[in-house]
Design a binder for this molecule. Structure first.
Ligand code: SF4
Ligand code: SF4
Length: 474
């Protein structure tokens, strides 16, 4: 940790740094919240090729990503997507500190909506610059306003939790089930209500304690920081008195008052995480930059520079802003590689999924030892956007014959069909006295109209009995 030795280097304040130094930040944050809310509300309604941009559907056992529908059998892609999300968060944290918390996290957005807009602006129950002061609610009018605030906020949380569920159940399906079949989908609607109640309790009662005690990101973000990461920082060199003490209007006369900090505590009182930023960055800080906004008018009235700023420890002591550090390049490279793999998989994915399982019986000997049968259960999923007629065949092991299904079968677009597959042989495939033999072969499924385009092959095993169990003519 670098201890500030000189005041903020003005010479470094150019380009990007001067842009990110612009206060007040709250206006930018609130615009960002609005854009994020519109984006989250609209995204489930956007369809590409009839599929959502992103959705994990448990009803249809499929996953939509950028308009491509993946079957649950292709869920091996999910870990890649999760890694992508986490590395993206790591990158964002390296570049902007804990910006996700203060600028993108729904927890902070809903807290701002409830505390700053409903309780403060709409109902006048609290003062915006005294975020941490508990509500007294002594008068009846105050209690009524508090209740009204809850009544306004609760439906919004039901809408928000429905919005979250639309990434798991398509919106049109959600409303259709809600209106016509609520009894048959009690788990879905029970979950919706439980999530909404959780959000209401979390935002109105648990508040910033969620960030401090529950959220795992708060724990890991410190290891993602370095001395170039922008955070909210108090300039101790300019702010504190020469004897290292700090002015505090509540304890007048205890210091030499040579530092710029007036001790007004505007930065402390406004902090939703109840932090005194003058004591240094703390784990609970959500990078909302309210303390920066609060100190700005105090210092500008005195004709001085803000004591609290969003900057890096290095910039504070005179170095240049260094965004493109090695770790930023590593994270970017990982994101590009994973995105390329996902794009490649999306472009070269099978249009037919084939899953084969043997039944518990090893084999059946029939026709007085003249025929051997093996039984399988096959699951076929047509990923194509059109219906096709499919057929099955065997490869690599001559002498095998498909007894069932005898005829091709239709699978609609996105449809899934389970079939019992019986493969038999009347040939002496192998002579093995005393024990049965496993023979490798392949099962191929294909669309009869496009056999070279829409097909899938899987390895399988045919169990042929011991020589003394069969009576086949050579
Ligand atoms: S110290 Fe408080 S007000 Fe300042 S950025 Fe952190 S959480 Fe926000
Ligand atoms: S708002 Fe500025 S002047 Fe007031 S206590 Fe905080 S750092 Fe000091």
């Amino acid at each position: 940790m670098i201890i500030p030795e000189s005041s903020q280097a003005e010479s470094n304040k150019s380009g990007l740094l001067s842009w990110i130094s612009k206060t007040p930040y709250y206006k930018l944050r609130h615009r960002g919240f609005l854009l994020f809310t519109i984006f989250a509300l609209v995204l489930p309604f956007i369809k590409i090729n009839g599929n959502q941009v992103i959705m994990l559907s448990f009803l249809h056992l499929e996953f939509h990503l950028f308009g491509i529908s993946y079957d649950m059998q292709e869920l091996y892609l999910i870990p890649l997507i999760l890694i992508l999300v986490f590395v993206f968060i790591f990158l964002a944290t390296s570049l902007g500190g804990r910006m996700w918390c203060g600028w993108g996290c729904p927890q902070t957005m809903f807290r701002t909506l409830y505390r700053d807009f409903i309780q403060d602006k709409l109902l006048g129950l609290r003062k915006l610059h005294l975020k941490t002061r508990p509500l007294k609610l002594k008068k009846w009018s105050e209690r009524l306003k508090y209740l009204l605030g809850l009544l306004i906020f609760a439906p919004l949380m039901f809408a928000a939790s429905a919005n979250i569920l639309w990434f798991f159940v398509a919106p049109h399906e959600f409303f259709e089930l809600l209106i016509n079949h609520p009894q048959e989908h009690q788990f879905l609607f029970g979950f919706w209500i439980a999530l909404a109640v959780f959000l209401i309790l979390d935002i109105t009662w648990f508040a910033e304690r969620f960030c401090h005690y529950v959220c795992p990101y708060a724990r890991i973000q410190t290891v993602l920081f370095d001395e170039d990461t922008p955070v909210a920082i108090y300039d101790r060199v300019r702010g504190d008195n020469s004897d290292g003490s700090r002015s505090n209007k509540n304890h007048e006369g205890k210091s030499d008052e040579s530092g710029d900090c007036t001790g007004c505590l505007a930065c402390v009182r406004i902090c939703p995480a109840e932090i005194d930023i003058r004591n240094g960055l703390q784990l609970a800080c959500i990078a909302c930059l309210e303390c920066v906004d609060a100190c700005e008018p105090v210092m500008s009235r005195l004709g001085k520079k803000n004591l609290v700023s969003w900057t890096s420890e290095k910039v504070l002591v005179g170095f240049k802003l260094n965004l493109l550090r090695p770790r930023v390049w590593y994270y970017t490279a990982i994101i590009i590689i994973i995105s390329a793999i996902l794009a490649y998989r999306g472009g070269n994915r099978e249009t037919l999924l084939l899953n084969i399982n043997r039944t518990t019986q090893l084999y059946e000997v029939k026709a007085e030892g003249q025929r051997v049968e093996n039984h399988y259960v096959v699951l076929l999923t047509n990923i194509d956007t059109e219906a096709h007629t499919f057929s099955l065949t065997t490869e690599m092991l001559p002498g095998l014959e498909i007894k069932r299904p005898r005829r091709p079968f239709l699978i609609k677009a996105g449809g899934r069909v389970r079939k019992v597959l019986i493969i038999s042989t009347s040939k002496m495939l192998v002579r093995n006295p005393g024990k049965s033999t496993s023979l490798d072969f392949k099962i191929r499924a294909f669309a009869t109209d496009l056999p070279e385009t829409i097909f899938s092959e899987r390895p399988a095993i045919f169990i042929f009995p011991a020589e003394n169990e069969v009576q086949m003519t050579p």
